[in-house]
Write a protein that binds this ligand. Structure first.
Ligand code: AMP
Ligand code: ZN
Length: 117
């Protein structure tokens, strides 16, 4: 069923505590943890506890969870003292998405080029 945990999903396993992660923040609906391959001094992933394959499908099916991800992303940036930061939702393999459980990358702690690559 949409939104239910998927047995083959890495981030569902992190939500379930079956795969370890460096969790920096957890709310009723979200988990935030450090990216295993950081691209900036602050690189935290914020995920909804419910499983949807990407940010747009999450927002369509569960707008509150999508908003909770955005709010948590801002709270993480504030905790990390990143006064400028970027929230990225890679969507589709051509855009670099490798884990098909919606997630926000929160990147900060260095200058960020615009436009991104
Ligand atoms: P994306 O490429 O946008 O789908 O983002 C997936 C991110 O998950 C990448 O930046 C990976 O470095 C990160 N990642 C993969 N496995 C883990 C893990 N076990 N713990 C933390 N981050 C991970
Ligand atoms: Zn999942």
């Amino acid at each position: 069923m949409a939104g239910e945990p998927q047995a083959d999903c890495l981030f569902c396993k992190i939500v379930a505590g079956e795969v370890p992660a460096t969790v920096v923040r957890e709310t009723e609906t979200t988990v935030a943890f450090r990216d295993i391959n950081p691209q900036a001094p602050t690189h935290v992933l914020v995920i909804p506890k419910v499983h949807y394959p990407d940010a747009a499908s999450l927002a369509a099916a569960d707008p509150k969870a999508a908003a909770d991800v955005l709010r948590a992303a801002g709270e993480v940036a504030a905790e990390e003292k990143a006064e400028s930061y970027r929230i990225v939702f890679n969507t589709g393999s051509g855009a670099g998405q490798t884990v098909f459980h919606a997630h926000a990358h929160v990147l900060g702690g260095r200058g960020l080029q615009w436009p991104p690559g």
